[in-house]
Write a protein that binds this ligand. Sequence first.
Ligand code: DWN
Length: 410
Amino acid sequence: MNPAGDACRSCGSRDVAVFLDLGKTPLSDRLVAPRDLEAPEPHFQLDVAFCASCSMVQVLEKIPQEVLFPSDYPYFSSFSGFVLEHSRRHVHGLVETRGLNESSLVVELASNDGYLLRNFVDLGIPVLGIDPTPRQCEAANEVGVRTLCRFFSDALAEELVADGLRADVIIANNVMAHIPDLNGFVSGMAKLLAPGGIITVENPYVRDLIDQTAFDTIYHEHIFYHSCTGVAGLMRRHGLHLNHVEHFPDLHGGTLRYHISHEPGTSPDLDAYLAEEISSGLSSAAYYEGFGRRVESIKADLLQLLGDLRAQGKTIAGYGAAAKGSTLLNYIGVGRDLVDYVVDRNVHKQGMLMPGTHQPILPTESLLVRQPDYVLLLAWNFKDEIMAQQAEYAAAGGRFIVPVPAPGIL
Ligand code: DWN
């Protein structure tokens, strides 16, 4: 099904079919200020499609980058200890394996608040962060991470190369899903990368998304849902080579780190992932067919669970004003009648309202003050970190609910 005749946003083929319709939802990171409650809130169609030609899974609605990532974009990477530790290990691994020193250059695309590059700075290794969101750039510059507040593109890469810059390492974590002009982005990376250099790219793995029915990680900001097959083909089109892959099952619901360079290479792990994607059918439309039915069943089960608890007079809060939380609340239709408020550590989100469903976002300390009977883990990807941090809430009788892969009380 592709009634509008959309072309693949990666390879241009017309062999694109929608396999999931999440309806019209607000932008997941467009939090609402209480003073704007009466203002119209834009909603956009959220259809997910599979390209049979290049295997890329993608959202079809085209929304300008400046709308998806406005100046008040609220996501700051530094609010998870798990992410910080993962990034620290990544940096130390690169320094060791690549022999980086004070004459190297590491460039991170979508460097956010400097959560990762600051580890290189601590080791005296020169860095350049590139990120389009001003508040995050300011935070990064404040901690000593030199950051350019721009969208990365082919044109920006040419400017940097003209200024004499070439990167020994390019890191692009959780950004290759977000780029409308994916080909321009990859061609820019190819230009900016020094001969013999390496690009590491991290993105949630589409296989984990489908297998765990993590439908809530789908939103307009996430245009592309990557696999080894898709990334290998994309890189080849720009003269780059995917040479190795690592899997982090506990990061953002399952993440792949791709190792890419100008020079061809391979690894047993990459071969195994590519072979498995073929044998599991991940590169065929049939793989995605039952997904919509599983999503509908999560919707029915979660509504039933929350409705039953409310009927018993229980109070329910949400944890994590995450973008995925917005998809979940809006698609399922979880309003303030079911979940009273949402807590989040991110001070830039506190005081705002969730998109569409308008639960107020409060500091996490509110859980101990209000002691709701249940907490719906909207940021279920950080379940262990959050539950450890909320031990006192749990000790006082609080219970947690996970929404995916199947709604349940822990
Ligand atoms: O790609 C993207 C990813 C990686 O992150 C984005 N486009 C946007 C964002 O998606 P998300 O908002 O769904 O991500 P998180 O990281 O799952 O969001 C978790 C939320 O929970 C954040 O607002 C921070 C918050 N949090 C918290 O309050 N206490 C997180 C942890 C770990 C905590 O202990």
